[in-house]
Design a protein around this ligand. Structure first.
Ligand code: CMP
Length: 928
């Protein structure tokens, strides 16, 4: 039977009605909210006039029932119970009131009548550890009375509580008179002790579970030490040897080689395996501890030292003026496990000293402690510095180094054991498959080649990021070249400003009508161009299509590459057609492997074809031919949209897109992402995949993998899809990505020579000798095709030879010299392009109104402001010299940055190829 409340007794005795009790309870609740506690009986006396006498009678009855139910007084006669209640003092206490505290002198035994109390012990930092909660019918305070000791715990009310208090004397009398009461107390105390034991056991288990949890946080599920190389076999042997003894170990390697995982491997096979595995970082643990040491007034080295000591050895309560609590160090927590000290070279000399003492004796002292504390923790230290050199410089303790180096394992960098890459990558793939929900089986050969040809300066940690992202992106059961985005995070240039930080710029890119509205505009314009090209007059003097395309659109396009990288592609009507179809009525096929691999060659061939056709059909002066050119590009874009998802045409095939991609390397803007957000915060690739009806990246790339401007059209889709605001639209030093390139791309190696070839072709095709040849052979188009072939071939040859001359002393064997030269030459080539486009701009744009007038049958001849072709020459020379200067700058940067020799000397040969091409371009323009 549960404990009944006073209200029930009053109703039972017909002193008041149930609804009156209910109303009184509600009133009591209202008062409680106002912070006033009034016992129910008092409320009833005040509200409905219950008499004090009636109330007392009921209370007595209730108290007797409660006593009868408590286990202490089980079996006592009614008389004794009544007598006990008569003698007991009643106490009503508000919420949160301390009844007594641990250590107090004992003079009463208490029984809870209503409400509840907690039994607790305070720990050193004043937190209350609850031992039990006691409810009506429970008693407390017997221990001190029986043992004569002070109170063993503190008691506090958890809500307004009514207690019955029995004096010490009466309690002792009862015990003397009724041995069954003593027996009941013994039982209770025994059960409290056993519950205390359980608590101790529980907390020990919790502590162990906690240690285990902390240890498993350093768990790496993929095995980084796989492979067949000699180096890895040696490491595996060394792990086994280190696991079999208890001596300290020193792990040394470059960054990113998973020294912590190696330490864990040693721990797992050692006798410490059942104990915890904890690591502190001499660099960042220091910072952690410092944040705990609030208002620490210490500075610099001392602060660092305190923090390191705290982490390793712990400190006593009040050890320092600004710390109030005791803290355990890892040596104590991990007394039967392994402690890893990362970046041991960062320990201050005092801490090095203390650590050495610990290694010698197995004892340490806490800060503020005076006793030697034993610990069995095994020490594994890691560093990516040359400790020997630090010892020589006096920056690291020799005796500690001597102690540690007795068992040193050094892990060679990935670039020296590339044979292991496949197995390591495979192990990572298996690991990342699970979280990504993928079942990737392996890596295609091409993709593997890409991994092999890279040097992995940040080793395993860099490879891990690349493989994780590749698995996330994988569309097939093997990773393809498409999925592998290699290259270190592009370092932010010193003079880079993220324009998305300006609201109006962010608003433009995140607006739902960008770039749609612009696409509609350009589509309307191109529709008009088509109509005029096919239906209008075919005389160049009576059709503005030619001026619009050749004297305005083309030059503007070239300028846009500098100002806005590939932004034109996002508003290009051909791309828009591709977009529209791929979203609405497409078979949505994946990109065929052939297109992925060979698309580059197709678009290079396409560029040569376009430039050749332009010359053969005299396109800048033929409206229909111009119309056909635009129409054929549009048809390819439409076909791409019909069959494939996203913009296959723009990414892989469009020759103009590729041209834009190369020249946008010179741009003053770049679209990138904040890689730390992408790699750490983003849980999904929405920027790549799209979300909530919004498509993903049209160029199959995603901002996280952008290292250059080549595959971004600034469409703003990733801004709309990324809720973490990772995309960045940077204003930068023009062409920064060219000299910052880490791994030259194949597209540049193929396309730059092709562009230079087509530029030579464009300057040579007007030459008298070509006309003469065409006339004598009667096959002008064939002569031009031959000229194109020769020009492109010469450009390839030029780049091959130039690379060797320009980088004669390049020591980085992983990069081909001609690949680097391609990047250096881009600004010069872009200078040519701007100069070339300025010719028609200046010479033909002035004819616009007269031609328009003739087309409309109105006389607008008086608006002719045309200038001669020669007027563009100064501009053309200016652009070429500017481009050449920029190319020289990149060339010098490459020469200085890519050589390990310290005193790099530039010689005239390095600049010769660049100078030759510059003079050739200048000459061709002057002689045009
Ligand atoms: P005493 O030592 O006199 O004062 C504190 C009281 O708390 C003690 O008697 C017991 O009645 C009660 N107490 C102590 N430990 C526990 C426990 N583990 N569970 C319940 N009550 C306890």
């Amino acid at each position: 039977m549960g404990v009944r409340k006073i209200g029930e007794y009053l109703v039972e005795e017909n002193i008041c009605k149930q609804d009156e009790v209910q109303a009184a309870l509600e009133e009591q609740a209202v008062l409680r909210k106002e912070g006033v506690f009034k016992p129910l009986g008092t409320v009833l006396i005040d509200s409905i006039g219950v008499t004090v006498k009636d109330l007392d009678r009921c209370l007595k009855k209730m108290h007797i029932d409660i006593l009868a139910q408590t286990s202490f007084f089980d079996g006592l006669s009614q008389d004794i119970l009544e007598k006990t209640v008569a003698i007991a003092e009643q106490q009503i206490l508000p919420e949160n009131k301390v009844v007594f505290e641990k250590g107090d002198r004992a003079d009463t035994f208490c029984i809870v009548v209503s409400g509840k109390v907690k039994v607790y012990l305070k720990s050193v930092d004043d937190t209350e550890n609850i031992l039990a909660t006691l409810f009506p019918g429970d008693g407390f305070g017997e221990m001190a009375l029986l043992t004569g000791e002070p109170r063993s715990a503190s008691i506090k009310t958890l809500e307004a509580t009514s207690l019955l208090l029995l004096s010490k004397n009466y309690f002792e009398q009862l015990c003397d008179l009724y041995p069954e009461i003593s027996r009941a107390f013994i039982k209770i105390i025994a059960s409290r002790l056993s519950s205390g034991n359980k608590e101790i056991l529980n907390s020990a288990e919790t502590a162990r579970a906690y240690q285990h949890l902390v240890s498993t946080q350093t768990e790496v599920s993929f095995h980084p030490f796989v492979g067949q190389s000699k180096a890895i076999k040696k490491i595996i042997n060394q792990i086994a040897v280190a696991a079999a003894n208890i001596d300290p170990v020193l792990l040394s390697s470059e960054v990113g080689l998973m020294k912590l995982a190696l330490a864990k491997a040693i721990h797992k096979d050692s006798i410490y395996a059942q104990g915890p595995f904890l690591s502190i970082n001499a660099k960042s643990a220091a910072l952690d501890s410092i944040s705990n040491i609030a208002n620490a007034s210490t500075e610099g080295n001392l602060q660092l030292e305190l923090a390191q000591c705290t982490s390793l050895f712990g400190h006593e309560q009040d050890a320092m003026p600004f710390v109030k609590t005791k803290r355990l160090g890892v040596l104590q927590v991990c007394h039967d496990g392994t402690v890893v000290i990362q970046n041991i070279d960062r320990l201050t000399s005092n801490v090095q000293e203390q650590l050495h003492d610990y290694l010698q004796t197995g004892f340490f002292k806490t800060i503020g402690g005076h006793t030697n504390i034993p610990s069995g923790a095994r020490i594994i230290a890691t560093t990516h510095k040359n400790l020997e050199a630090l010892v020589k410089e006096g920056k690291f303790s020799k005796k500690l180094f001597d102690r540690l180096r007795q068992q040193e394992i050094s892990i060679p960098p990935l670039r020296r054991r590339k044979g292991d890459l496949k197995e390591i990558a495979q192990s990572m793939i298996e690991h990342f498959n699970g979280p990504a929900g993928k079942s990737v089986k392996g890596i295609e050969n091409d993709a593997y080649q890409r991994i092999m040809s890279y040097n992995w300066p940040e080793n395993m940690s860099e490879l891990e990021v690349v493989i994780r992202r590749a698995v996330n992106l994988a569309q097939h059961d093997m990773l393809t070249v498409e999925d592998i985005f290699i290259g270190l995070a592009p370092a932010q240039g010193k003079h880079t400003v993220n324009l998305l930080n300006f609201d109006f710029v962010r608003n433009i890119f995140s607006h739902k009508s960008y770039p749609l509205v612009l696409q509609i505009g350009t589509a309307a314009l191109f529709a008009a161009l088509f109509l005029m090209a096919f239906l209008g007059s075919q005389s160049p003097d009576e059709n503005i299509t030619l001026i619009l395309v050749w004297a305005i659109w083309w030059p503007m396009l070239a300028v846009s590459w500098f100002i806005g990288a590939r932004v034109w592609c996002s508003v290009c009507p051909m791309g828009a057609a591709n977009d529209l179809l791929s979203r609405c009525c497409s078979f949505k096929c994946n990109v065929p492997k052939f297109v992925r691999d060979k698309g580059l060659y197709l678009s290079a061939f396409g560029l040569c074809t376009i430039i050749w056709v332009e010359a053969a059909a005299n396109m800048p002066y033929s409206p229909k031919a111009t119309g056909f050119l635009l129409l054929s590009i549009l048809s390819f874009a439409i076909l791409s949209g019909l069959f494939f998802e996203r913009r296959l045409w723009c990414r892989y095939l469009c020759p103009l897109g590729r041209l834009a991609a190369i020249f946008s390397g010179c741009s003053v803007v770049e679209w990138r992402s904040n890689l730390s957000i992408c790699n750490n915060t983003c849980m999904d690739n929405y920027c790549y995949k799209g979300r909530d009806g919004m498509p993903g990246c049209p160029l199959y790339q995603g901002p996280f993998s952008l290292r250059s401007n080549q595959n971004c059209i600034l469409c703003g889709i990733c801004v709309k899809n990324c809720e973490n605001m990772s995309p960045a639209f940077n204003l930068r030093s023009p062409g920064r990505e060219l000299w910052a390139v880490v791994k030259p791309e194949k597209v540049t190696s193929v396309f730059v020579p092709v562009i230079i070839g087509t530029q030579l072709f464009r300057m040579l095709e007007h030459k008298a000798v070509i006309h003469h040849l065409s006339e004598t052979m009667g096959q002008g188009w064939l002569v031009l095709a031959g000229l194109m072939a020769v020009s492109v071939f010469s450009a390839f040859l030029y780049i091959q030879i130039s690379g060797n001359l320009a980088f004669d002393s390049l020591t980085d064997k992983t990069i081909k010299k001609r690949e680097l030269f391609n990047y250096a030459i881009i600004p010069l080539s872009f200078g040519f392009e701007l100069g070339y486009q300025f010719g028609p701009l200046l010479s033909r744009i002035g004819h616009f109104f007269p031609v328009l007038g003739r087309q409309l049958g109105v006389n607008l001849e008086f608006l002719d402001f045309s200038r001669s072709l020669g007027s563009a020459l100064p501009w053309q020379l200016f652009f070429i010299i500017l481009g050449s200067g920029a190319s020289l700058f990149i060339l010098v940067k490459f020469i200085c940055n890519r050589q390990t020799a310290t005193n790099v000397k530039l010689n005239w040969q390095n600049g010769l190829p660049l100078a030759l091409l510059t003079f050739l371009y200048l000459f061709l323009f002057i002689a045009a």
